[in-house]
Structures are given as structure tokens and as C-alpha cells.
Ligand binder design. Structure first.
Ligand code: SF4
Ligand code: SF4
Length: 567
């Protein structure tokens, strides 16, 4: 078979795997849980076409200002450029058009004609709001039910301002609501309205209530510790004062480090984090570990607390020791092998537990009709996102357990299409392909198959001669010590010139960039270049020499060798 060319995407679609013309892709796109069109975004940023870049981004992720700040960026870990010089700064690139595109010049996606169907979304976090966004685009009437007074879930309430300012969350939520979505705050399902009554008024219901129930540690004196989420929430709402000179946080995830950074900014002079993980296996993102070192936060690795010391119901210290090993059981409970290490005591004016969260369905489903797992997450069908209760679907942390915003965005997008399929009476294999065209109007076509894409590895990139080695740029950051004396956002993002230069470093792994090398290097003149990429014009003349594949800087060419060449 003559070569096949995997092309850059030219339409903003909500599923990549619908594209027959894109059989190959990059490790960054394969690793992004939100399904971001990273390569197209890089192309448009490089050309300073920020509004179009944002339009493509929003065809997959309506919360890119949030993920562009707080995502743990698995895309960057997978980037092929890591093997060449340094991986691309993809998260910062995603943030750039999200912050700098002229949103007034952005054509608002037009909704599909009304389906007459009504969808209730429980929870206004990333999964719920993403599902609401895509459900509304699909023509459904959507109402979001939120128990708290604020829309936005964990990013709005639990992530500190110095990482994610509230106005950024509010802007994204505002754009989603602009599609005509109704939001009812201070309305807890199970307290103010029952699930049954929602099911009697709506055609489908998505549970995206997140994971808010804090786990605690069964330690002597544990009742004197503060809860991590409450601490962050109170601080976020401006209701928490200096917790004291010395603060000890127990836990090793992102929430523990957010508590540590917040305590510093509220005036704590000495902050310690005690965690069971060793330095190479931390749950918290690497960025947090680096920041902790910069801010002088002491991390006690491979250690566990055994007692909270206190006086008159106030914590005054933590007794802890090094451990031999730890694991989590099937229910997600931490099991520690303490070994025989000597005990030490840290003095503290406040002790904070940040040892994880889990979903809590006791209010939404008091009769336990929705099947859950040992980890208390909701069991869903992996394709239909349906729970064991008819017309009830679930997505986000309530399904995956505590996870990233990007994961919740991906789940919410998937749920919107799955719910729509169910409401429209489509089978599981009849996914809808949604195209947002140049004018920002969604068009709809039937899915034409979802064959998996090949993920291009660095070893497959055979012609990188046109790329120079270049460092990735630093983002602008609030300098120390100013950054720890206020709650201002620390990371200000990329400078304009750096954003465009950084986007230019992308190899575009697996997507043709129309360079024409293949056409030039084909000895049999089998190929011709068109506006839509290279075309095989004389297929019978191709003798599978591989020149086009070798010369392609993006490894966008694939072959199926004829059987006669393989035997
Ligand atoms: S959402 Fe996260 S994983 Fe996806 S492109 Fe953005 S930073 Fe990368
Ligand atoms: S070089 Fe570009 S396309 Fe390739 S993995 Fe990195 S960001 Fe993705």
C-alpha cells in the first residue's frame, strides 16, 4: 500500500478519534485527559491567531484558563521534545490564548436546534460545567444544581487565589452560562430537592458532585487537628487568620501543599509537611515540591504521625517517625508499616490533616440505589456513563475518585455525548461527531468510525534536521519574598514573544505540516502537494522505498507494506 499521511486537524471537533485523516498523533495529545487539540493550538499561537486558538481549545475544553494554570500537565511529561532538548511548556501555552484572546471577537458557538430534552446536572465543578456546556451545544435544556453559594466546585472554593484567582474561574463559568444554561446555587440535591423529583422533571440527570468528604486519621489527639479543605475554603473566602507561628500539615498530595503555601501566606513562620511518600513517589505535582523548597517548607518524607500532642483541646505538636512501608487497601485506606524508627516531636501551633477525600452520596442517594465501588465512587458503564439507576449518569471525581481538573473536563465532555446518545435513541457505537466550523457554528455529522490513533514515539522522528535545540522559556513569576506575603497570583504566564517562540518549538508529532519534503524526496514522483496535504497520484508507481517517511519532520507518514514485501 502506498503511504498514508496523517493531517493536522482543520475543524474544531469534540472528538479527535472521529477524524479519518488523523490516524497518527503525538504523545502529548494522547496523554491529555481533557483531549486538548495541542498541536492545532500550537500552530495558531505560533501564527498569533489567538482567537482561533481559543476556539479550537474550547471545542474540547471550556475551562482552559483553569487547566492552563492548575493542570498537572501529563502532556509535558510525554512530550517527544524531552528527548531532544526540553519538553514544550504546553500548560502555559494553553493558558496564553485563554488569557489573551479577544473574547469579544470570538464567535459564540451556536447551539444545535433544540431537542426538547432536559438535562439536570448535579454539581458545578469541572465535570458538571463541562457536561452542561456540551449538552447545551447539543441542543438540550440544561439546569445545574449547586449546593454551595458559588459555581465552580473545587477550583472556585478549594484552590487558593495565588494559584487560581477567582475571577478566572468566574469568567469561564460566565462563558458557559452564556449558552443559556440555568444555574441554581444553594440547592443541594437530597436536601432542597430530591433525585426523584429531578428525574420526574428532567429526561436525564448527571451526578458530578465531586469528592468532598474528607478522610481523617484515627490518631490519639486527632480531634485537635484542623481539616485541610475547611482550612483552604475558609482562607479562600477570606475568613481565616494566621493559624500560628508553626504549622504542621499531614498529607502528601496537592491539597496538603496548598495548605502549606496558604499557611505561609497567612503569616506562619515555620511550615512542615509530614508525608508517607518518599521523595521520588510524591502524589503532589512536581511544581509543588519545587515551590515548597523555594518557600522554605520542610518536607518529612517516608514518615507518619502517631499522635497529636495538645493542651486544652489545642494542638501543640505532632509525634511522628520514619516508616518502613505503606500501601492503600481496596477501600483506599492508608495502611502503614511503622518499622522500629525512633519517635520525634515537632512543636506546632496548628496541625492540619490533608489525607484525601472521597465522594459522599448519602444525601443524593439515601436509599443506596446507585451502585458504588469499594472506594465509594459511582460505578458507571465506561462508554454510556450510565449508573445502575435508569437515566442517571455520572462523571468526574464522583466516578474516578479525587483527580485532576483535566480528567474531570474529559469526563464531562464524554458524559454530554453519552447522555445525548441516550436521549436521541442512538446506540453506544453511534457516537455523534460535532464540528465547530470557522464561524463557530456547530455542525453535526454521524461518526465515521473511531479506530485508534497511532502515538508517534521519538525514535520514529527520523528527520529533525530543521529543528534547533532551544530552551523552554520561563513564565513570569512574582518574586520571592513578595510572593509569600500576599495572595496575588504567583505565575503570570508566558510573555507574548515567548508564547509564539515556544509554540514554534513543537515538532507536530504525527501531523503533516505541509513542508513538501516527502514530495521532493520521492524518487518515483508518486506524490503531489495539495492544499489538504500530500496526495498519492500514482499509487502503482510506489515501490515503498520509505524516502517520504524518512524525510518527514513530523513522522506523519505510515505504510502498510504489501504482503509480498514481508515474506
Ligand atoms: S489540560 Fe493538562 S494535560 Fe491537557 S494540554 Fe492542558 S496542561 Fe496538558
Ligand atoms: S513536540 Fe509538539 S506534538 Fe510532539 S509531543 Fe511535544 S508538544 Fe506534542
Amino acid at each position: 500500500m502506498p503511504p498514508k499521511f496523517s493531517l493536522e486537524m482543520h475543524e474544531a471537533t469534540i472528538f479527535a478519534n472521529c477524524l479519518d485523516s488523523q490516524k497518527r498523533t503525538s504523545p502529548c495529545e494522547a496523554a491529555c485527559p481533557a483531549g486538548m487539540p495541542i498541536q492545532k493550538m500550537n500552530t495558531l499561537i505560533k501564527e498569533n491567531r489567538m482567537e482561533e486558538a481559543l476556539q479550537f481549545i474550547r471545542s474540547r475544553n471550556p475551562l482552559s484558563s483553569i487547566t492552563g494554570r492548575v493542570c498537572s500537565h501529563p502532556c509535558e511529561t510525554g512530550c517527544n521534545r524531552n528527548e531532544f532538548d526540553q519538553g514544550l511548556s504546553i500548560r502555559a501555552l494553553e493558558r496564553y490564548p485563554s488569557d489573551h484572546a479577544d473574547r469579544t471577537a470570538l464567535s459564540r458557538p451556536r447551539k444545535k436546534e433544540a431537542t426538547g430534552k432536559k438535562v439536570a446536572v448535579i454539581g458545578s465543578g469541572p465535570a458538571g460545567m463541562t457536561c452542561a456546556y456540551f449538552s447545551a451545544l447539543l441542543g438540550n435544556e440544561v439546569t445545574v444544581f449547586e449546593a454551595s453559594p458559588f459555581l465552580g466546585g473545587m477550583p472556585r472554593i478549594g484552590i487558593p487565589d495565588f494559584r487560581l484567582p477567582k475571577h478566572v474561574v468566574d469568567r469561564e463559568i460566565g462563558q458557559i452560562l452564556g449558552l443559556g444554561i440555568e444555574a441554581r446555587t444553594n440547592t443541594a440535591v437530597g436536601r432542597d430537592v430530591s433525585l426523584e423529583s429531578l428525574l420526574s422533571q428532567y429526561d436525564a440527570c448527571l451526578i458530578a458532585a465531586g469528592a468532598w468528604k474528607e478522610r481523617t486519621l484515627d490518631l490519639p489527639g486527632g480531634d485537635m487537628a484542623l481539616s485541610g479543605f475547611s482550612f483552604l475554603k475558609e482562607a479562600n473566602l477570606g475568613r481565616r487568620e494566621n493559624p500560628g507561628k508553626r504549622v504542621v500539615i499531614i498529607g502528601g498530595g496537592g491539597v496538603a501543599f496548598d495548605c502549606a503555601f496558604t499557611a505561609k501566606r497567612l503569616g506562619a513562620e515555620e511550615v512542615h509537611v509530614i508525608c508517607v511518600e518518599g521523595p521520588s513517589a510524591m502524589c503532589a505535582p512536581q511544581d509543588d515540591i519545587v515551590q515548597a523548597k523555594e518557600e522554605g517548607i520542610a518536607i518529612h518524607h517516608s514518615s507518619a504521625a502517631s499522635r497529636i500532642v495538645g493542651r486544652q483541646s489545642r494542638a501543640t505538636g505532632v509525634e511522628f517517625s520514619g516508616i518502613s512501608d505503606f500501601h492503600f487497601d481496596d477501600c483506599g485506606k492508608l495502611i502503614v508499616d511503622p518499622g522500629s524508627n525512633p519517635k520525634k516531636t515537632l512543636k506546632a501551633d496548628a496541625v492540619i490533616f490533608a489525607v484525601g477525600v472521597e465522594p459522599d452520596l448519602s444525601q443524593i442517594d439515601p436509599q443506596n440505589r446507585i451502585r458504588t465501588t469499594a472506594r465509594k465512587t459511582i460505578e458507571v458503564h465506561p462508554i454510556t456513563m450510565a449508573t445502575s439507576l435508569d437515566r442517571v449518569f455520572a462523571a468526574g471525581d464522583v466516578v474516578t475518585g479525587p483527580s485532576t481538573v483535566a480528567q474531570a473536563v474529559g469526563g464531562g465532555r464524554f458524559a454530554a455525548v453519552a447522555i445525548n446518545n441516550r436521549l436521541m435513541g442512538l446506540g453506544q457505537d453511534q457516537g455523534i461527531r460535532i464540528v465547530v466550523n470557522d464561524q463557530g457554528k456547530p455542525a453535526f455529522r454521524e461518526n465515521r468510525g473511531t479506530a485508534g490513533q497511532h502515538v508517534v514515539k521519538y525514535e520514529e522522528m527520523m528527520n529533525l534536521d530543521s529543528f534547533e535545540k532551544k530552551k523552554r522559556p520561563e513564565t513570569v513569576r512574582l518574586p520571592l519574598p513578595k510572593s509569600i506575603t500576599c495572595l496575588d497570583e504567583i505565575d503570570k504566564g508566558l510573555r507574548p514573544e515567548d508564547a509564539m517562540a515556544e509554540a514554534e518549538r513543537c515538532f507536530h508529532c504525527g501531523h503533516c505540516q505541509l513542508c513538501g519534503n516527502c514530495v521532493e524526496d520521492c524518487p518515483g514522483y508518486v506524490l503531489a502537494m495539495t492544499d489538504n496535504g500530500p496526495k498519492v497520484v500514482y499509487p502503482e508507481e510506489c515501490w515503498h522505498c520509505g524516502n517520504c517517511r524518512i524525510s518527514c519532520p513530523s513522522a506523519a507518514v505510515s505504510y502498510e507494506f504489501p504482503i509480498s514485501m514481508l515474506v
